[in-house]
Design a protein around this ligand. Structure first.
Ligand SMILES: *[C@@H]1O[C@H](CO)[C@@H](O)[C@H](O)[C@H]1NC(C)=O
Ligand SMILES: *[C@@H]1O[C@H](CO)[C@@H](O)[C@H](O)[C@H]1NC(C)=O
Ligand SMILES: *[C@@H]1O[C@H](CO)[C@@H](O)[C@H](O)[C@H]1NC(C)=O
Length: 305
């Protein structure tokens, strides 16, 4: 175990301060608005490559690689399978729900928080760690990424806008697209980037008084913070997502684009706003820790992934 010196202790004090493509890009753009200049440099430097990515492209990478050779074990890191009993009873239990071997979104956030600033890792590894965090801090705010039942709602087929969709996809994508009046498909990058930038701007303006101070922002207790976020998302499973009961949700006569959608809108707005704020605060704390650790990041270094 390393004994922290006085400087490291001082530095350990935090500085003041599952979604689809649209959701992830919005979380990233919103986080960007809260970044300190050091955090902004950290993101720019680690993401710098020849593809001209912005922060929201970095936030999508984890979904793009999860089926790629060498990355198929990372799929488990996008969620935590809370084995609770919704809508009667919701809760997340780390020991019950996060299997030590494969891990889960809570252990992954903890792991990659440590890896971003691990000077013993190659810069490419730090970059991957950053991109995983950009994604997972979004996903942990999607309630169905904190629920085991029916594979996080993937096996619950529902009627949404007169189409048969699975409930997980409804929450990942369809509610957000309807909220934002979008007809775009996943992969319509230019349209989705623009829509995400506008949504992020609105959420930022709505929370004008909020600075990038999130309740839990101590990167040295990442597992505790991530577990709190997971518990908060999971509570929405009972209070909103599965509240009408699975039988009602599966009944094809119930179009979820009606009242169910109306009830979901404020929840999605709140969770996306919180994810963006928390991600911003997290990156600020990481950047402060990185400065303390004496990292020298080369300007705009090109790292291929
Ligand atoms: C990942 O792919 C390899 C090779 O195709 C396979 O052996 C392994 O079981 C897969 N792992 C998971 C977690 O799916
Ligand atoms: C942390 O991340 C690295 C890199 O992806 C991975 O090899 C390792 O298994 C992870 N550790 C845990 C405990 O999740
Ligand atoms: C969805 O619900 C509406 C309203 O009950 C119904 O008219 C429509 O046929 C349903 N669509 C599907 C695909 O089941």
């Amino acid at each position: 175990m390393r004994v922290p010196n006085a400087f490291a202790l001082l530095c350990a004090i935090p500085a003041v301060h599952g979604w689809g493509e649209l959701g992830h890009r919005t979380v990233a753009y919103l986080a960007e608005k809260y970044l300190s200049s050091a955090a902004s440099d950290l993101v720019d430097n680690l993401l710098a490559n020849n593809r001209g990515w912005d922060i929201s492209d970095g936030a999508l990478w984890a979904d793009a690689v999860k089926h790629r050779r060498g990355y198929n074990h990372t799929g488990k890191w996008h969620y935590i399978d809370a084995a609770d009993d919704p809508p009667r009873y919701c809760n997340v239990n780390y020991r019950r729900d996060c299997k030590p071997g494969p891990g889960c979104i809570v252990s992954a956030i903890s792991n990659f928080t440590a890896r971003v600033n691990d000077a013993s890792l190659a810069q490419k590894q730090q970059k991957e760690a950053l991109m995983f965090l950009l994604h997972f801090i979004g996903d942990i705010h999607q309630p169905l990424h904190t629920e085991l039942l029916d594979r996080g709602g993937n096996d619950i087929h529902v009627n949404f806008s007169n189409r048969v969709e699975n409930l997980h996809a409804v929450w990942d994508t369809h509610i957000a697209h309807k909220m934002r009046g979008l007809k775009a498909k996943e992969g319509d990058d230019a349209v989705l980037k623009e829509a995400a930038a506008v949504w992020a701007e609105e959420l930022y303006a709505a929370n004008e008084a909020t600075v990038a101070v999130a309740e839990c922002r101590d990167v040295s207790t990442a597992e505790k913070c991530a577990l709190e976020w997971a518990e908060e998302g999971n509570a929405w499973i009972c209070d909103n997502v599965l509240k009408p009961g699975v039988e009602w949700l599966k009944d094809r006569r119930n179009d979820l684009a009606g009242e169910y959608f109306d009830d979901a809108v404020p929840v999605v707005d709140e969770l996306v706003a919180k994810a963006g704020l928390r991600l911003g605060a997290w990156l600020n704390a990481l950047a402060a820790g990185r400065e303390c650790a004496g990292f020298v990041v080369q300007e705009g270094e090109r790292i291929e992934i």
